[in-house]
Design a protein around this ligand. Structure first.
Ligand code: NAP
Length: 337
């Protein structure tokens, strides 16, 4: 298999390069690409050192799978060119997710949406994947009618630069120096907020209805993946000063009564989901424990007494892994594994 990663020097791209080996994709040739800023850098891989190359169409020649993790603009420009050269593209950006001709895939939920042959497959938004890992099995069994989500998103969700910003801002704040925010809510924003010792209810750009694009992505993508265009769903997405792994508080209302012990048993058997729910022993999912692992963790399962057939879930997952790289590589394994 000839495999390429576009955006290989970024937060997601680095994890894809590691996940293709860790999860056992068979690789004959690996091509790593970036912008001209990083072209020429050397990356250590299990098949030896690989020099990063400038991303351009001629590099897609002979590639079987091309992972894109370089933002929507790069995907829009280069992904169709990779497909034209015969590759399967697995795209981490938002560029094609809502295109009706592009499958939006979480392998545990809808791998059947993938058709063999060259084409684009979209990897969903990280918060969407993490939310749906436990919600989809509950939906299949009892029918989820309504879903209210609040996220607590790690800074690495805003890329490599945001992780560095959290470190630098924290150091400056602790040393009593001036904190100069440059990355949150997003790099190109006119105004930046300090993320160290702060919580910022603003992920991606605001749209005219007062919701952010990240909140819209969760709504639209959950409906598409579950194939439930009328699902009642609303989200608030928030950036917190955590390096890695998103947490989500999720309230769901089911069509039929879902007894909590049956929900717990179902989730314990669901691939890719781990139940950590023993509050008496202080056991519940947390980002530090989820980071670096491929599973999504669920706990704090509670009946919501304020509304019939409703419950709360606390869900945590490494958004660079299951929320991005792991999910993308699992799609490739589903096709070529
Ligand atoms: N971070 C997450 O948790 C997460 C989760 C799911 C999906 N995603 C999506 O994944 C994508 C990458 O995000 P990230 O967080 O990894 O960003 P990042 O850390 O900022 O990395 C961006 C990567 O894209 C490359 N790049 C930038 N402009 C390019 C160009 N014109 N041509 C070729 N390569 C270019 C960069 O290369 P240089 O080193 O040369 O700058 C770098 O390798 C985005 O679409 C994001 O929405 C991110």
């Amino acid at each position: 298999m000839n495999v390429a990663v576009v955006g290989a020097t970024g937060a997601v791209g680095r994890e894809i390069t590691s996940a293709v080996f860790r999860l056992g994709l068979k690789i004959d040739r690996l091509v790593l690409m970036s912008s001209e800023r990083s072209a020429g850098k050397i990356v250590d891989t299990p098949i030896g050192e690989v020099a990063v190359e400038l991303a351009e169409p001629k590099r897609f020649e002979g590639m079987d799978v091309v992972f894109f993790a370089a933002g929507a603009a790069v995907s829009r420009e280069l992904a169709p060119q990779a497909v034209a050269k015969g590759a399967v593209v697995i795209d981490n950006s938002s560029a094609f997710r809502m295109d009706p001709n592009v499958p939006l895939v979480v392998p545990e939920i809808n791998i059947d949406a993938v058709k063999p042959g060259p084409g684009i497959i979209a990897n969903p938004n990280c918060s969407t994947i993490i939310a749906l890992m436990p919600v989809a099995p509950i939906h299949r069994r009892w029918g989820v009618k309504r879903m209210i989500v609040s996220t607590y998103q790690a800074v690495s969700g805003a890329g490599w630069a945001a992780m560095q910003a959290l470190t630098e801002e924290t150091k400056a704040a602790l040393e009593g120096a001036e904190v100069v925010p440059t990355v949150i809510p997003y790099k190109a924003a006119e105004v930046h907020h300090q993320i160290a010792f702060n919580v910022v209810p603003h992920v991606d750009v605001f749209l005219p209805d007062g919701y952010t694009k990240e909140e819209h992505k969760m709504v639209d993508e959950c409906r598409k993946i579950l194939n439930e265009p009328d699902l009642k769903i609303s989200a608030t997405t928030v950036r917190v000063p955590v390096y890695r792994s998103h947490s989500e508080s999720i309230n769901i209302e089911t069509s039929e009564h879902a007894p909590l012990d049956e929900v717990r048993a179902l989730l314990e058997q669901s691939p890719g989901v781990k139940v950590v729910d023993d509050p008496g022993r202080f056991r519940y999912p947390m980002p530090l424990e989820a980071s670096g692992t491929d599973d999504v963790y669920v706990g704090r399962l509670r009946v919501d007494p304020s509304s019939p057939n409703s419950m709360w879930l606390w869900v945590v997952g490494d958004q660079l892994l299951k929320g991005a790289a792991t999910n993308a590589v699992q799609i490739a394994l589903g096709l070529f594994g």
